[in-house]
Design a protein around this ligand. Structure first.
Ligand code: FES
Length: 83
């Protein structure tokens, strides 16, 4: 896979869950933030967040459901558990 990698920072004492959805976003659970390749931290304020993998969202890194109207070709966004 090529493209962006987002590191999911877990809640203290917890493990992050990363679940890709076919043709859609990647669901991330129990994270406090996502950190992108540039080191920019995106705070997580919900128990579960949907991370855009098609890179067409108007509010990256979060999914805004644009993938439903523009076919998600899996351009290469990967979410990995961080520390
Ligand atoms: S995966 Fe939903 S807008 Fe990109």
């Amino acid at each position: 896979m090529t493209g962006r990698v987002l590191r999911a920072v877990p809640r203290p004492g917890d493990d992050v869950s990363v679940s890709p959805c076919a043709g859609g976003p990647t669901l991330v659970r129990r994270a406090v933030a996502l950190v992108d390749d540039s080191g920019v931290e995106h705070p997580v304020e919900r128990p579960v967040v949907a991370v855009c993998t098609c890179e067409r969202s108007q509010r990256l890194p979060w999914c805004d459901s644009t993938h439903k109207v523009a076919r998600n070709t899996g351009s290469g966004v990967e979410v990995v558990p961080g520390t």
